[in-house]
Write a protein that binds this ligand. Structure first.
Ligand code: MEV
Length: 422
């Protein structure tokens, strides 16, 4: 590796195959490794190449569907793309357990996003604030020139808010409040912020620095709730254990982080399957969870009849128009499977999935634990990668679990023995 440089001038201008050759040379890739990277599956090469920079391939991730979802009386199959075993099974199982009590009830608020414009170099924050507030209707009008589509839908920039700060340095932060309708909204909000910035400099005499949306979308929330019958949950003791597990998440950020990770297992998998910006949703979820100290995004309570009531409130800035969601062929298909009409329905489904995923994890942890299921799937994966055929699978998995040695060498020696004896 010595003497190699990662500075590859013009890499971005090369055709994909030549780019791959450059990388292969740097990284000593074999011909078979190069050809493994060469397939683009259903994604046209030009689409991938247009989406990000320095493309050399696409990364596959298993796509499955979670079943049993009944949300606001509508049936859904939920496409989920994820590398982690058990997530889809757990999610489907939780959704099934919610059905006898009517499934999930969900709601998503209007699609209100906040854009931030930071103004520095001001003599008086008070004067600048007044000038900005006096110009509110002009600022909103200017912002709305950036999107005819939103205007036609009766959406678009609505109002502004102004926040002065003295510490750690003097600045005025203008929030542009925008209804982005069925878009995720990052592009339009950012364009609006950039567009009004010079006018804000002109009226305040200051200098604009940041002009960007906020991912803390606490005015674009999704809510879901469900009731799980105590007999289906596993009885009174398990309901009590679940409440105690939740109580730990309430008082302890070490547990709250893991609790919320379980929620995001489900939500992220749907976002990946539909090619949405899951980092934005993650950022919003964790920022919202940290209001007043980091807390779980779901809440649990025992009903007077002993059943378990579970709900979630989570920021959910997702779109059904624009972005990669419509350019990537498979994302169009997964959206068809999901069958949501607009961004608010999509957000409601995502909140329900997060709730189901979290309930499934917390229930398993409060009952039998999650490792037994995980170890079985892990053993299956090892058996497959060690060359077990469908007819050999069960024996290999069982023997590995029984011997508590789940490893490729164990799988290979079991296979050798099976094949010798057959
Ligand atoms: C694992 O991916 C997610 C869990 O750790 C979530 C939880 O602990 O609630 C099982």
């Amino acid at each position: 590796m010595e003497g190699r440089s990662s500075v590859i001038p013009g890499l971005h201008k090369l055709p994909i195959a030549d780019r791959l050759r450059s990388v292969a040379k740097f990284s000593d890739l074999t011909e078979s490794e190069i050809s493994s990277l060469g397939g683009f599956g259903s994604m046209p090469e030009n689409v991938a190449d247009g989406m990000i920079e320095n493309v050399i391939s696409v990364m596959e991730i298993p796509l499955g569907v979670a079943t049993n979802f009944l949300i606001n009386g509508k049936e859904y199959l939920i496409p989920m793309a994820i590398e982690e075993a058990s997530v889809i099974a757990a999610c489907s199982n939780a959704a099934k357990m919610s059905r006898p009590t009517g499934g999930f009830t969900a709601y998503a608020s209007e699609s209100i996003m906040v854009g931030q414009i930071q103004i520095l170099g001001l003599d008086s924050l008070d004067d600048a604030r007044i000038r900005v507030l006096q110009a509110e209707s002009k600022i909103v009008e200017m912002a709305n020139t950036k999107s005819r589509t939103l205007k036609e839908k009766g959406a678009g920039a609505r109002t502004i808010e102004v926040y002065p700060f003295d510490i750690p340095e003097k600045m005025l932060v203008v929030h542009l409040i925008v209804d982005v309708s069925d878009a995720m909204g990052a592009n339009i909000v950012n364009s609006m912020c950039e567009h009004v910035a010079p006018f804000l400099e002109e009226i305040t005499g200051g200098r604009v620095n940041l002009r960007i949306l906020s991912n803390l979308t606490d005015r674009r929330m999704a809510y879901a709730s469900a009731v799980f019958r105590k007999d289906l949950v596993g009885g009174e003791e398990i309901v009590e254990n679940i409440i105690s597990s939740y109580n730990l998440a309430l008082i302890d950020p070490y547990r709250a982080a893991t609790h919320n990770k379980g929620i995001m297992n489900g939500i992220d998998a749907v976002l990946v399957a539909t090619m949405n910006d899951w980092r934005a949703i993650e950022a919003g979820a964790h920022a919202f969870a940290s209001f007043g100290g980091y807390k779980p995004l779901t809440s649990y309570s025992k009903l007077p009849n002993g059943d378990l009531s579970v709900s979630i409130a989570i920021p959910m800035a997702v779109g059904t128009v624009g972005g990669s969601t419509n350019t990537v062929p498979k994302a169009r298909i997964t959206r068809k499977i999901l069958n949501v009409m607009d961004a608010r329905e999509f957000a409601s489904v995502l909140a329900s999935v997060g709730l189901a995923q979290n309930f499934a994890a917390v229930r398993a942890l409060s009952a039998e634990g999650i490792q037994s299921g995980h170890m079985k799937l892990h053993a299956r994966n090892i058996a497959i990668s060690s060359g077990a055929t469908a007819s050999e699978m069960e024996r290999v998995v069982d023997e590995m679990l029984r011997s508590r040695d789940i490893s490729p060498s164990s799988a290979r020696s079991i296979l050798d023995r099976l094949r010798k004896n057959s």
